[in-house]
Design a protein around this ligand. Structure first.
Ligand code: NDP
Length: 327
């Protein structure tokens, strides 16, 4: 028997329940993974709440984990039983002790990277990869704004930006988070509870503002983020932590300086296995060489059955860096 987290109605963390089940055999293109560490991502809360409804209820939850392959479908070529893997896929159900995964969405994990490091960094690190390297190619010495810089995605972005020699200006919601983002490599931090983000961005950049803003907060920051951009700058809106951006009049991009805007998602950048391998190789080499560290605080590692508590803490904005479920 295995254990997984399910929910049969949308709502707060209380709808999450641990249930036991007998895993089905993997399909011909799938592998069965005994999960050792499961990544918790903000998107999991959108799926639970109904902002991004799953195909059907009851539903599993979670898209990312690392573990050992225990069974392999007949058509799978690049992975064998006993391999250590990490995966991030749009199909749900990774909050589970055992999970069947499309093999193309999994990568072999180098020995230098632990299961916990992998589950804490794969989806979030691949996101940083495409944001800073593909959506817009950040240049050395270039200042740019990145919201929620002490979060799971944010702390990896701080470190990656430093590795690129770029100047990440991070927003944070507390003095402790400011310190954590600076330690990770942020060039400047702005505590939005005490300072105006737009005014500070102008001040820091000598009035020039920035060429690109990465905004995962959504509703609360959409308009002020546009005000941080230079003429013809790029707004990358990639999340909804405060709620989705809706009802946008495109004319606002004209009014605020002939701006560009994009709303990307990770799966749009790792659609093919080749894209996944290219992105994960770059991420793994930065982690294995110690350039990017993904140590998860003990208080942010929860037993699988405590997924409710993990969601409560994440949504209360109390976390720094990544959080994990341990089966
Ligand atoms: P985080 O660890 O960053 O947690 C969210 C953080 O957002 C909070 O800690 C908080 O930091 C900040 N925040 C600001 N306003 C709010 C609010 N109203 N409610 C809650 N939090 C708020 O989560 P993740 O690292 O998992 O994800 C970060 C973001 O990136 C999410 O929006 C997620 O959806 C998005 N994402 C998008 C992807 C894509 O491809 N499009 C892929 C992966 C993630 P503070 O206290 O400092 O304000």
């Amino acid at each position: 028997m295995a254990t997984r987290i399910e929910f049969n109605q949308h709502g707060g963390p209380e709808v999450l329940q641990a249930v036991t089940f007998t895993p089905a055999a993997p399909g011909e293109h799938e592998i069965q993974v005994e999960n050792r560490a499961i990544g918790i991502n903000y998107i999991d809360t959108y799926i639970r709440s109904g902002l991004y409804p799953p195909p059907a209820l009851p539903s599993g939850l979670g898209t990312e984990a690392a573990g050992v392959v225990v069974k392999v479908g007949s058509a799978v070529k690049h992975i064998k039983e006993g391999d250590r893997v990490v995966y991030a896929q749009s199909a749900l159900g990774a909050y589970s002790s055992v999970h069947n995964v499309v093999a193309e969405k999994a990568a072999i994990l180098p020995n230098a990277i632990s299961f916990e490091q992998a589950a804490a960094s794969f989806l979030k690190g691949l996101t940083v990869y495409y944001l800073l390297r593909k959506t817009y190619e950040i240049k050395p010495d270039e200042p740019f704004l990145f919201h929620a810089a002490a979060g799971g995605v944010g702390l990896i972005a701080c470190q990656w930006a430093k590795a690129l020699g770029a100047k990440l200006i991070g927003t944070v919601g507390s003095a402790q988070k400011a310190q954590r983002a600076l330690q990770a490599g942020a060039w400047q931090v702005i505590n939005y509870r005490e300072e105006s983000v737009v005014e500070r961005v102008k001040e820091i950049t000598g009035g020039k503002k920035v060429r690109v803003v990465y905004d995962s907060v959504g509703k609360d920051t959409w308009e002020s983020s546009l005000d941080c951009l230079q003429r013809r700058g790029l707004m990358v809106s990639f999340g909804n932590s405060s709620g989705p951006v809706t009802g946008v009049n495109l004319g606002i991009l004209n009014q605020k300086g002939s701006l560009f805007a994009t709303r990307p998602s990770l799966q749009g950048y790792i659609t093919t296995h080749e894209e996944l391998v290219e992105a994960s190789n770059e991420l793994f080499s930065l982690i294995a060489s110690g350039v990017i560290k993904v140590d998860v605080a003990e208080a942010q590692k929860y037993p699988l059955a405590e997924a409710q508590r993990a969601h409560e803490v994440l949504e209360s904005r109390a976390t720094q860096g990544s959080s994990l479920l341990i089966p």
